[in-house]
Design a protein around this ligand. Sequence first.
Ligand code: ZN
Length: 521
Amino acid sequence: MATGEVLSQTTQLAAIDRSAPDAALSSEVHATNASEDQSVGMGAESDDGFDEDDQNSLYEDSLMDEIDPEDLVPGPDTCTPKEAKAYRNRLHQVGAGRFVLETITNGTVTAKKLCSAFGAKPPFWLEGHPDSAYYKFLGLAISRELSKRRRLSEYSTIEDAARLIKESKNIMVITGAGISTSLGIPDFRSKNTGFYSRLREMGYDDPEQVFDITNFDEDPTIFYSLAGDILPDLYNWTPTHQFIRLLQDKNKLLTNYTQNIDNLESHAGIDPEKLVQCHGSWATATCRKCFYKIPGEQIFDKIKQQQVAECPECVRLLAAAKPGMKRKRSSNESAGTKGKKRRQSDSDDDDDGQYDIPQPGIMKPDITFFGEGLPRRFFDRLKEHDKDVTDLLIVIGTSMKVAPVSEIPQFVSPKVPQIYISRDPIRHIDFDVNLLGDCDVVVAELCRLAGWDLKHKMVPEDQKINVQPVDTEDNEQHTWKISTNLSTGKTTDFADIDSAITPGVSELKSGTSSSSLQSIT
Ligand SMILES: [Zn+2]
């Protein structure tokens, strides 16, 4: 009985089916507060779903807050980290059916306690109910666990990572704000230094509102008065951008999916064909009325002056239209019959469409705002071009908290090795090799080990690198702290992780499931 109840939940989610990677892979959604993602918004392909099964939705909301088993408060209803690990291993070993039989059906452990093995904190309203009330939630937690890619144990060291980079031919690179911060470009969501936090200091309670497309259309002056602080650098790029360029020069770069909007990839010479700016970029700006596109730089001066940029094409059309209207009237009407007749004439003119624009449209930089969809190219390129040919995935400078980019590691074949490079570790994706530190330093060391020459003015000639092992929950050595003798204090201490990644609510609501990779199927 219990087996069936729990299992009925695990089979409801297509996400667990590894044999059908085209199916949805987004039961696991982690769009909490991306501490280091530069992106301002994320696309909403459809409405947030409370449409089908409200309760399921609420359960999944609870599931989003995955708890690290190490952080669980010990108690009668909580597995120890050791127990949790054993349960997870057993689940992957025998599958959901047998696992549930061995545990719930045989009564060896309660469903409530078992939830903790998968980092799932049951919703508070289940408290006090019989254990069977927890079956549904446990089923979801199990299916989330099963949907996770398991790390490939044959890769674990920085030398392995360098060798993989050297040997691979179609490398997918996912990047985030961390690859640009060495140029002083602010990310949006960092707790103390991000743009959002600055907006909060200025009195904007809900800083994401500045990047809400509805708000922009209602009153673009707010965006234009604040965006000067986040204008991108037009001439520089970092050693990490140079590293991606080097991959391209060596004919190994398949695609760089960047969550950054600073367009530095373009400055570094990444081929536009191989670049997907998942959240748009400053590279272009588009009229909200006539969709006329111009290079983004053309509105930078207006932004610096805190003035709204009008569409030059609308302005041109309006200017061309006005003398035309006058000519028409002066030729058809006597001077004394303006008034009513003029208005009639105006409405007649509206019919040919040319005078439909009483005010010029406002230019909006093509960065993805909240309420806007992701570029179609993101989904097309990932599914049609990259998914089956990628032979290595490298994730750099992002905490992978914003869907659907955060779901890419689950979307490619589980056999493809995955390397993670960032200041801080993340726990919700199991990478094969984790290289923690300043990403400019890490990529320089990877190049040195690969025998490649990473030429960039920010890479010191005689950089000395320390590689130290970092303890992890699974006791398999695959996480390393990479530092230079110079960069003391530059990398975040392992103990500071939780203060660096602070969950927020608004982002969790605005993106996630609605913009998930489900939509590409
Ligand atoms: Zn226009």
